[in-house]
Design a protein around this ligand. Sequence first.
Ligand code: NIG
Ligand code: FE
Length: 408
Amino acid sequence: MWDAVWLNAHLATMAPESGGDDGYHAIRDGAVGVKDGRIAWVGRRSELSGPPEDLARAAFDCGGRWITPGLIDCHTHIVHGGDRANEFALRLKGASYEEIARAGGGILSTVTATRAADARSLLQSASRRLEPLRREGVTTIEIKSGYGLDLDTEVRMLQVATRLGEETGIRVSRSFLGAHALPPEYKGDADGYLDLVCRQVMPQMASEGLADAVDAFGEKIAFSPEQVSRVFGAARELGLPVRLHADQLSDQGGGGLAAAYDALSADHLEYTTERSVEAMAEAGTVAVLLPGAFYFLGEVKRPPIDLFRRHAVQMAIATDCNPGSAPVTSLLLMLNMACTLFRLTPEEALTGVTRNAAAALGLEEECGRLAPGLSADFALWDIAVPAELSYRIGFNPCAGVVRAGQAV
Ligand code: NIG
Ligand code: FE
């Protein structure tokens, strides 16, 4: 006996094993059975083995709406202090993101604000930003540290990320991003700072179970490939998987570097070359595209989408929600931008916030598809066809969100 069954819905299962001739692997007039918070059955309503009341304790009529897997925002910096509206104004007057960073603004100004914020205010401001994502059907979110750059604040950020998940019921995957920028007290001493990151902060994160992965920012204004390698080597010793902010502003061979450490994902990738794409394909590293950052920074060089397709690299899409390069709190808008700016198809875009986003977090056996055995995370949509999720701008057709079988 199931706990509940959802009926009278079309299912965009996003699960190749469901068959279907489109990228949504759709089942028209389907049903989803749920037991103990997990999906017990997915299929056509006509194939149910009996009347719903014999199969489940509760039956929900979805009124012909669509169900998709709960959406997954696989790259965010949603926990942070302050804002950078002043830098937005400076950039509009002609200053570049890199110039602002080199002048001590950028990430470091958010570091100052985050260090000054206590856990309560960090939780409060992050909750406000999470709410619109939740209302858009997001049931899993990745959250990075990286605005503390000292032991206490980095720990506080990931504690707040953990609390956010506990309080909202949304699944949170946490990444330790100690190598995001060089903090002012280590100016001119990157090696000294990386000693702190690799010998003290990362081991403590690992022993307290505060990080699910380790991230780094590989860029001229951040850390060199050698420095990133050092961070990734330390992560490997602690058994933590890695991901990388790669080739966002220049080609640093970041995609290839990430792949060399079997990274779960390489993110941004505007300047990534075919060599790196081949290495990512070989390693199974997911390409996380961040069209909001591309848009907000007024970038013109697009990530090499055709190369990802040709080499069968999975593409995911995320908000990058952060105060500097992407003050974005709509994943649906990112679907639209992935299509309009990067020329993804609506099928690729939805796959990018479901199945492929799960892979980017190492959660492909947990969420991201409507398939038996996975967590019962799904969203209900008032739409006629799934492409509407990518098509509309500023309209939220989400009619309900279920996480682990419970409405959230
Ligand atoms: O993903 N690229 C580095 N990190 C963030 C930006 C952080 C910031 O500007 O505060 C990003 O774009
Ligand atoms: Fe980022």
